[in-house]
Design a protein around this ligand. Structure first.
Ligand code: ADP
Ligand code: ASP
Ligand code: MG
Length: 411
């Protein structure tokens, strides 16, 4: 007997037929003697619609009310899956964040989990009931609903697995594992049997949406065994479940590639602050207020100054752009810039691999490959196991495909 957390993403619960299918999948796990807790996302498209409504009413809406709106999607699926399970004769009960409670900090819209009260859920599981937990949501110190950032149900699932001391956290999605790149963009992407926490963490943080970054961070810290697999396979072929991808320690991977994956992010925006005085304290004057407004800045470049002034370019999440423009506008006098330019038509492409620690030439291969395709690089940033470039959004797919081939990753 094992204790398992099963998480189902948006496409896996997209309609009633899919929810019935998920219920049957959960029942199989229960019937084989396991204790099961389930975490669900909102039905595919629901969260985008809810976010859109908030933005249409006010681009700079109140984050507490945003959470009140967008958390509703998961409430619906938790209730529906509990009904579907009961209809199959499986005892089940839905749980919202505040009912558990799953406590978070007060960073509405991107809250971090602080604690999960697991004892009652464990008692219920031991008595044969399946808790169906609404992912993505928690309750803040002010007792208001919070959400964990887009894709946050993955983090709900991993955190719950840690709190319940589960043997496994199975993330069911619409692809059958983690690939060398998004299989929806590169048909020749290869499925990985295993991937190191560090690599998955880096891939997620640069845009590979298959797992939310924080879920990987948490899995690594809490030693949760995470497996990504498809909810669309019926699991009856090959004498059981079709294997997905396991996220494991680096030393469990026998043959390590130099580059293990390529990711892209279309959620970027580029801001150029023109004509700032080139003197100590200017970067602090720009990035201090942005950080105070909870806006994360990613890549940064500063040009050489010609006439005592310089241009500073940085990237950020596109959703944060209105707030960033507002914040910098308010601090214009203190910073003393001449103009503010924003570009939404950019994408970030990243190559990731722990092998980069010991091999050189990864970055130059990237630059050469993009040059050969005539793709201009706007900003570059690197870490120990990653190289990222910012390019025009229209070249995203071309760049990812070309790089996938260049690093010998094609299946
Ligand atoms: P869910 O709703 O189940 O959470 P997501 O859309 O959040 O699903 O994540 C799954 C998607 O992640 C896949 O459909 C795929 O397009 C995308 N993806 C991006 N990079 C990768 C990768 N390296 N391997 C697998 N899937 C990836
Ligand atoms: N429904 C939320 C989102 O779309 C959370 C999730 O799917 O993980 O971001
Ligand atoms: Mg997801």
């Amino acid at each position: 007997m094992a204790r398992i957390v099963m998480k189902f993403g948006g496409t896996s619960v997209a309609d009633l037929e899919r929810i019935r299918h998920v219920a049957a999948r959960v029942k199989r796990e229960v019937d084989s003697g396991n204790e099961v807790a389930v975490v669900v996302s909102a039905m595919a498209g629901t969260t985008n619609r809810l976010v859109g409504w908030c933005t249409q009413l006010a681009p700079l809406h109140d984050a507490r009310e945003y959470d009140a709106v967008v958390a509703t999607g998961e409430q619906v699926t938790a209730g529906l899956l509990a009904i579907a399970l009961q209809a199959l004769g499986v005892a089940a009960r839905s749980w919202l964040g505040w009912q558990i409670p799953l406590a978070t900090d007060d960073a509405h819209g991107k809250a971090r989990i602080q604690s999960i009260e697991g004892a009652e859920l464990i008692r219920r599981m031991q008595s044969g009931q399946v808790p169906v937990v609404a992912g993505f949501q928690g309750v803040g110190p002010d007792r208001r609903v919070t959400t964990l950032g887009r894709g946050g149900s993955d983090t709900s699932a991993v955190a719950l697995a840690a709190a319940l001391r589960a043997d496994r956290c199975d993330i069911y999605t619409d692809v059958d594992g983690i690939y060398t790149t998004d299989p929806r963009i590169v048909a020749r992407a290869r499925k990985l049997v295993k991937i190191a926490y560090e690599e998955m963490l880096e891939l997620a943080s640069v845009g590979a949406k298959v797992l939310q970054t924080r879920s990987v961070e948490l899995a690594m810290k809490e030693r949760v065994r995470v497996q990504v697999l498809s909810s669309f396979d019926d699991g009856t072929s090959l004498g059981g479940d079709l294997p997905g991808t396991l996220v494991v320690d680096e030393d469990e991977i026998v043959e390590q590639e130099i580059v293990s994956g390529i990711a892209y992010s279309r959620d970027e925006a580029k801001v150029t602050v023109r004509g700032v005085p080139d003197r100590p304290g200017v970067a602090a004057a720009i990035f201090g207020p942005l950080s105070a407004a909870s806006i994360n800045v990613d890549m940064i470049v500063q040009n050489v100054s010609a006439d005592g002034t310089t241009d500073l370019t940085f990237t950020l999440n596109r959703a944060d752009l209105p707030r960033a423009e507002q914040t910098l506008g308010e601090h214009r006098a203190g910073i003393g810039f001449a103009a503010l330019l924003a570009d939404r038509e950019v994408a970030k492409i990243s190559v990731v691999g722990v092998g980069m620690r010991s091999h050189s030439g990864v970055a130059s291969t990237m630059f050469r490959t993009l040059a050969d395709k005539g793709i201009n690089i706007q900003v570059i940033s690197t870490s120990e196991i990653k190289v990222s470039v910012l390019i025009a959004a229209e070249y995203t797919e071309l760049a990812v495909r070309a790089l996938h081939t260049a690093y010998g990753l094609d299946a």
